[in-house]
Design a protein around this ligand. Structure first.
Ligand SMILES: [Zn+2]
Length: 206
């Protein structure tokens, strides 16, 4: 069985959203064999750094948090769509021919998956695409940028998807994965009351 790890590698030179210093993970050895009897490392990281899922609280006042986590939404079949030809963003017109069905969980493979430094012009999901996906009653969307949208006033893509209970995963790496159907294991850390959870995301051939 072929196994694809489509998570971002966490390290101190990894790309972070808009290259913001406060989003860079801090990985520190806090004990080694010169200072103690064991080797231990500490990690301090914004939960929107690397591969993660967003919860409504990220964009909506008093929105739902990670306390509503439902693993059935994360361990399931998914469809990878190849959108690597796009140069700006994903619009409704780019999706209408893709045969999208109710309850699909869609992973969008774009040129973002080939970029290891943050690109301020990263491919994102446009508002009209979010409306279309909601109307199609999909279950979830995964993107290979560090945001599902960029430079849209008041974050309509996030809000539309959240309002329709559509799961959002950000920061995937899909370079090695061809368009097709896979089984996804997206496994979060169990953190209470959060607006995001780090994910390890694995695909197997369905
Ligand atoms: Zn996020």
């Amino acid at each position: 069985m072929k196994i694809y790890d489509i998570s971002m590698t966490i390290h101190q030179k990894m790309q972070v959203y808009k290259n913001k210093a406060e989003k860079i993970p801090i990985i520190e050895v806090v004990s080694d064999f010169e200072t103690g009897s064991s080797h231990e490392t500490s990690l301090s990281m914004n939960l929107h750094t690397g591969t993660h899922m967003d919860f409504p609280l990220h964009m909506i006042i008093d929105g739902q948090t990670s306390d509503t986590l439902d693993l059935a939404k994360l361990i399931r079949p998914v469809k990878v769509l190849d959108l690597t030809h796009l140069i700006d963003g994903i619009g409704q017109k780019d999706l209408v021919e893709k045969g999208i069905q109710p309850n699909d969980f869609l992973l969008f493979k774009t040129r973002n998956s080939y970029e290891e430094t943050f690109n301020f012009e990263f491919i994102y999901v446009k508002e009209d695409a979010a409306k279309y996906l909601s109307a199609q009653k999909i279950a979830g969307v995964g993107v290979d940028g560090l945001g599902v949208e960029r430079d849209q006033k008041n974050h309509p893509t996030h809000k539309i998807l959240f309002q329709h209970d559509i799961t959002i995963i950000e920061g995937l790496r899909l370079k090695e994965v061809k368009e097709g159907t896979y089984f996804m294991y997206a496994l979060p850390l169990k953190i209470v009351g959060s607006d995001a959870l780090p994910l390890s995301v694995i695909l197997t051939e369905a």
